[in-house]
Ligand binder design. Structure first.
Ligand code: APR
Length: 311
């Protein structure tokens, strides 16, 4: 039986559950929250869409009962505080580290073989925290951010080119932060043709800037952090694991010498399959991209230093 548990039945957690259910590839999705009745309510509401949206996935909600999560192959962490307008993801480090640290033992007690997907921000730092305190092999701790940032990059490129986003290919690597992410312009294509052949430098600069502040723009508009694209990106990641798709996507994983870096979780292109992280793909970066990637690593390591009381 394929089973996914999602900690946090808030905006991102519930949307992830919805997209997973709509894809109809798992038997059970469990939503767990600490707010009395929230997960049960969202699970029931979502379950009532099954006859219309044509899925058989069972959705179960629970207030803090980890026994309901037992035997999950994948556990998604969205249990954390989202940012508000004017905040950076890094501002959330202390409060979210406390939450993340506390949930790990209960997850592993009931699902000792689970692959853990970290969505909580600051995501690269929270992934590092989970990696360190769980003691799991690195293939089983994966941070979701690069797939989301890449989707936002493709959206911005599609707007600039006036074409559907499905015609665009591209990746964003490095940190899942406003200043740290690195959209790989040199590799982005429109139907296999480099996007730089179609766009002026001004337009390219605009696309890159809007991609980097994509989350912040939405937080400003909505008054709170967004959920549709984060939920969709998380569902794609879960799907690739449980159906062993071996898709390539940028994810935050522990580097052990790849891209010249050690002891940091940060977004790099990886293959995602039944073992979680199957392998890291080392692509050739331009010198400018390399410099930006290394600066992004340094910034993440600085934020990670704030974890010293949690490790
Ligand atoms: N265990 C389970 N659930 C928890 C816990 C906990 N220890 N602590 C908090 N939660 C729950 C909250 O009660 C809330 O319902 O996590 C949920 C978070 O949902 P939202 O506040 O709606 O936040 P959301 O927008 O979903 O973002 C969650 O993901 O993208 C990141 O930055 C975002 O860190 C944030 C996280």
């Amino acid at each position: 039986m394929l089973k996914v548990s999602i900690l946090g039945a808030g905006a991102v957690g519930a949307t992830t559950a919805e997209y997973i259910a709509m894809k109809n590839f798992v038997s059970e999705v469990v939503l767990l929250d600490i707010i009395d009745g929230l997960a049960e309510g969202k699970a029931m509401d979502l379950s009532q869409t099954a006859s219309m949206n044509r899925f058989e996935t069972k959705i179960i909600g629970t207030t803090g009962d980890y026994s309901k999560t037992a035997g999950s192959q994948v556990v998604v962490l969205t249990s954390g505080v989202p940012r508000k307008p004017g905040m950076s993801r890094e501002d959330l480090v202390g409060v979210n580290a406390e939450i993340v640290k506390n949930v790990i033992p209960s997850i592993l007690q009931y699902s000792p073989n689970a692959i853990i997907i970290v969505v909580v921000n600051p995501m690269d730092t929270m992934t590092y925290l989970v990696q360190k305190i769980s003691g799991l092999p690195r293939n089983r701790v994966i941070g979701m951010g690069g797939e989301l940032d890449s989707a936002r990059f493709k959206y911005q490129l599609s707007e600039a080119l006036g074409c559907p986003a499905t015609e665009i290919d591209g990746m964003v690597i490095a940190a899942h932060t406003d200043t740290g992410m690195v959209p790989l312009l040199s590799k982005a294509t429109y139907k296999g043709v480099p996007v730089c052949e179609f766009l002026s430098e001004d337009k390219i600069d605009y696309v890159v800037e809007e991609t980097k502040i994509g989350g912040a723009t939405l937080t400003k508009l909505l008054g709170i952090s967004s959920w549709y694209a984060p939920g969709a990106a998380t569902a794609v990641l879960v799907h690739s694991i449980l159906c062993d798709h071996e898709k390539m996507m940028p994810c935050s994983v522990m580097l052990e010498g790849e891209y010249g870096q050690h002891d940091v979780c940060i977004g790099v292109p990886v293959i995602i399959g039944k073992n979680g992280l199957e392998r890291i793909v080392e692509i050739k970066l331009t010198d400018a991209e390399k410099d930006k990637f290394n600066a992004s690593v340094a910034a993440v390591k600085e934020v990670n230093a704030a974890l010293k009381n949690f490790l």
